[in-house]
Design a protein around this ligand. Structure first.
Ligand code: EPU
Length: 326
């Protein structure tokens, strides 16, 4: 058994049977055969106890340009590259589009699995393809973006047939060679200095600052729950109880409601069970405030789901992956 606390951002004191850290694609098939769970930097997981063998892709590094045209560039990047470092590298190279996704924790591979999104942007429109090792087929596969079915905080890699069975090793992205800032998110719009709005580094730094104010530096896994997506009928039912709930129309005719609001107005800001706490500055985020155990964390998750359901009739679904013990 090895201590697992350093290998995930919630920093819970649990152990893992083994940790496999392949440094190259050649080492992936063997490591995959010996592991039960696959992670990146562990920034979106909650261990529920001592864990079986784990493969982390964090040591798969590097990138190469596949092709470049006047307007865009296609780049293949190894799944273990740190996402934020990658965003900065892209800006430095003059490859644009990822600026609003500044400072999101985790790896490039995990960014695809979760279809990361923030401040008016998401990964999906940049994805070209994904390469990885299919454990069941014992073969390398290249999947075009359409086959990955990216949606709000979703990809096919979350399905039981793919999860832990397909190890993403490389991701191909198409990025823009011209910078056109996305300022649709109100927080971003208010904070960007109009005289500097054509500077990609300024947008990057602005998003980084907004995040730093709302999200804790350590001891969290970002938003713990997804923002629920409701039908018009479901939204109306919710509005009859919560006329002020913030909601955003989706392109499919449904509505995304602010889970942070539902938790906040259920009176749970700062609520604590042992060392696990609802972060007071952003109640969608749960933090390990002081040596939380897996049991305390799980009890907090269940308490929030139950309270929100009883108060608002809405079921919150975790965005973070819960990892059952051996
Ligand atoms: N709100 C409250 N009380 C609070 C905080 C927020 O009522 O204390 C309400 C406000 O009405 C606010 C709304 O919640 O307008 C939304 O809050 P925020 O803008 O912070 O965004 P979010 O919906 O809570 C999502 C993503 C974040 C992403 C931000 C910014 C999900 C699950 N989360 O959070 O992503 O950074 O938008 O785009 O979609 C992550 O996934 O880990 C993550 C951090």
């Amino acid at each position: 058994m090895i201590p697992f606390r350093e290998y995930h951002t919630l920093g819970i004191s649990v152990s893992a049977q083994r940790l496999l850290l392949p440094h190259s694609e050649d080492e992936v098939p063997d490591a995959a055969a010996q592991s039960s769970y696959v992670i990146g930097e562990g920034s979106n997981i909650l261990p529920l106890g001592d864990l079986p063998s784990i493969l982390s892709t964090r040591n798969l590094r590097g990138y190469r340009v596949l092709r470049a045209s006047e307007n865009s560039v296609e780049v293949e990047v190894a799944a273990g590259e740190n996402w934020d470092r990658w965003v900065r590298l892209c800006i430095a190279q003059g490859w644009h589009g990822l600026e609003n996704l500044a400072a999101i924790p985790g790896t490039v591979g995990a960014a695809v699995v979760q279809n990361i999104g923030a401040y008016g942007a998401e990964l999906a429109p940049f994805l070209v393809s994904v390469r990885g090792w299919n454990k069941a087929l014992e073969a390398w596969q290249e999947l075009p973006a359409e086959a990955c079915e990216l949606n709000y905080r979703y990809s096919i890699f979350q399905q039981p047939e793919w999860r832990d069975k397909f190890i993403i090793t490389r991701v191909t992205l198409r990025l823009n060679r011209r910078f056109s800032p996305v300022l649709s998110y109100p927080d971003v719009m208010q904070r960007v200095n109009p005289t500097r709005q054509h500077d990609p580094w300024h947008l990057y730094e602005t998003v980084r600052m907004i995040r730093a104010e709302k999200l804790p530096a350590y001891g969290s896994a970002g938003s713990f729950f997804k923002n629920p997506i409701l039908s018009l009928e479901e939204l109306k039912a919710l509005q009859s109880r919560a006329p002020e709930v913030p909601f955003y129309a989706q392109s499919d005719g449904r509505f995304k409601v602010a889970a942070a609001w539902l938790i906040d107005k259920a009176g749970l800001k700062g609520y604590r069970i042992g060392g696990a706490q609802v972060y007071p500055r952003q109640p969608l985020v749960l933090v390990n405030a002081d040596g939380a155990t897996p049991e305390e964390f799980y009890a907090l998750v269940q308490h929030i789901q139950k309270s929100v359901y009883e108060r608002w009739g809405v079921q919150l679904e975790p965005e973070v992956r819960l990892l059952p013990p051996t």
